[in-house]
Write a protein that binds this ligand. Structure first.
Ligand SMILES: *Cc1c(COP(=O)(O)O)cnc(C)c1O
Length: 374
């Protein structure tokens, strides 16, 4: 890092890269006056479907609405159980609550922070209807194994790929394994529309129903609106879609650059005995939505976050151990630390450090060197 007499500028944990091209495209839409779901929503959907080689992509207002719609369209509701990882962003479980079903938590693997597929079968009951595996921090979970289990027990798989656009297992992109794949376009993800989300499916009938549910339950018949469902307004605006569409054109470059940054973290931190670095299984690529490491016993999470902040580096824990959060703790009274030790450890000893397009390799070196001095 260049030393100047000014102190190091603050490096936030995340910051979207909005280019002049992005701004140009968004302002074209703004100038057109056509703001709601329109041409760019369609373009974005088409580009997403083509990239993933699936039949249908449905853009909606955020990556929680996607999951909510997925559960709705599959008819999941009261008396149903849905298997979710104990570590994720809280939305993964909230949507299950939102449709009146019960989330059933499964611990994660300590090495990948993803659902431990070997622990799923013991949680399946007569009430289980679906599994929502999460591809956490930008790395595919063992989705092949999850799908095998789901098939054996006749369960739906809704992939929560919110933070894993472009991640693959066996060269097949996440979001294309389950009956539905869900993505978020929040600014902390690889590409953004501000708020936004996309669902993928090869099932034409589901896609039709999703488009209907996203738009007040409207079915157009001969140019007339027929209201056939009690639907939502989960539409994406066209200027949001234009932003994501513009960014999506460079997704492969984004992933490539983030991998270069991750390599610097690996080489700079590999000898640091106070942290444990993430693992990437050989059948997968990492897209580094988050670079998430574990602090070993000698380091305390909150004080590390504080100390790094003093050095102008924004960090935070990576994801919630959901059953330990107030709502879930009060409702299900699960001893999270005992039942989900890996998720609890990731939540209490995990550290997400900055990794995004706007950072230079020198920024990454500065962050790594500062961590080495802790
Ligand atoms: C970000 C995220 C969500 C929620 O997406 P929003 O667009 O913020 O609603 C859901 N699940 C996971 C795993 C996420 O990372």
């Amino acid at each position: 890092m260049m030393q100047t007499k000014n102190k190091q500028a603050f490096i936030p944990l995340g910051r979207p890269d909005i280019t002049d091209d992005d701004i140009h495209l968004v302002s074209e839409v703004l100038k057109s006056g056509m703001l709601i779901q329109g041409v760019y929503v369609e373009k974005l959907e088409k580009a997403f479907a083509e990239y993933h080689n699936v039949k249908q992509a449905i853009a909606v207002s955020n990556g929680t609405a996607t999951l909510h719609l997925a559960l709705k369209v599959l008819g999941i509701g009261p008396d149903d159980e849905v298997i979710v990882p104990a570590l994720s962003y809280i939305a993964t479980a909230n949507v299950v609550e939102l449709v009146g079903a019960t989330p059933v938590f499964v611990d994660i693997e300590a090495s990948t922070f993803n659902i431990n597929a070997d622990l799923i079968e013991q949680k399946i009951t007569d009430k289980t209807k679906a599994i929502i595996p999460v591809h956490e921090f930008g790395l595919a979970c063992d989705i092949v194994k999850v799908c095998q289990i789901a098939e054996k027990h006749n369960l739906f798989v809704i992939e929560d790929a919110a933070c894993a656009l472009g991640a693959k297992q066996n060269n097949k992109p996440v979001g294309t394994f389950g009956i539905l794949g869900s993505f978020s376009l929040h600014p902390r993800k690889s590409i953004t529309s501000g708020e936004g989300g996309i669902l993928l499916t090869n099932d034409e009938d589901l896609a039709k129903k999703l488009r209907c549910l996203r738009n007040h339950g409207i079915d157009m018949v001969n140019g007339n609106m027929n209201f056939i469902e009690a639907g939502f307004n989960y539409r994406l605006t066209d200027f949001q879609a234009a932003l994501a569409y513009s960014q999506f054109r460079r997704i492969n470059d984004i992933i490539k650059y983030k991998n270069e940054l991750a390599e610097i973290y690996f080489s700079s931190l590999q000898d640091n005995k106070k942290v444990t670095l993430p693992t990437v299984p050989s059948d997968r690529n990492h897209t580094w939505q988050t670079f998430h490491l574990l602090l070993n016993d000698s380091l305390h999470q909150k004080s590390v976050i504080e100390k790094l902040k003093e050095q102008n580096i924004g960090t935070n824990y990576g994801a919630q151990c959901i059953p330990s959060q107030t709502f879930y703790k009060n409702k299900y009274k699960l001893d999270a630390q005992f039942l989900f030790p890996n998720a609890y450890k990731a939540y209490t000893k995990g550290l997400a450090i900055p990794i995004y397009e706007r950072l230079t390799k020198d920024d990454i070196l500065y962050i790594a060197n500062t961590i080495n001095k802790l």
